[in-house]
Design a protein around this ligand. Sequence first.
Ligand SMILES: [Fe+2]
Length: 288
Amino acid sequence: MNKTDLLDSVTMAKFVSNGYLRFDEIIPKDLCEESKEAIALGEMDAYDKVGAPFYSLWEHSAMGKIFRLTTVRAIIESLLGPNPQYDHHYIHNKKAHTNDTDSLHQDGTYDTRDFGFDLLICFFPDDVSEKMGGTLVVPGSHFRKVNSGAIGRYQNIVGQQQLVCKAGTILFMHSNLWHSGRSNHSDNDRLLFKLRLNPTVEQVRLWNTEDINDSEILTILGERMPWHSGEQRLENINRIRLWRYMIGDPTPDFTTDKLWGTKLDDMPKVIYQDSVRSLDMKDSVVSE
Ligand SMILES: [Fe+2]
């Protein structure tokens, strides 16, 4: 993969801040059509392939062609590295006139990682109108771990984004982003191909880092989300923690996190070390 094909740091910061990236119409229409035929024929059966190297799958099917396009592969490599692992996929076919309730959820209840993440990839081979009730995401929700469907009662959250798009659009989502499939009030079925991939390497500087010191990154990592309300500071700190991990630089003086990064360095262990030092001093006083 050429370095220039990979995502840049500003785009990666948007992923860290929002928890997803959206690329409209990056799949050519003829491949969209081919992929629908492949879905109908069941060409992507891979349920016994959990844990397999992803690029060992679907080599000769339309879906394989899609995920081997340089643009798509470069996005995946920037987020997960060059050799991602297949986790699972699912074909969501939301029938026309389907009424859904209680569907906002988070997939990663069982994910105990502090920093690393999987990728949920949502590919839409057809146009999706508002009436068709496309996938809904809550930007900036990926740091809030919840018990899967415990958030299902929330039908609308300020700042939520419901997808309306043309065929060939893909969402690349952090695996803990809150999302839901909405009711389809249209006369047409809505098709979504969902794929989950795992990283096989540390997710550190996998993208094109030439713009790593771009001042826009600070603005993006501090972007306010209306629904964060008074907890915006906590969200900013969570973003800085993930960003520090992804740039492989835990130092507090990185140019983008001067504003909030100091909170991360105010750790209990510092207090503990101080108390140990004071105990030592006390002991030494006693012994004298
Ligand atoms: Fe889900």
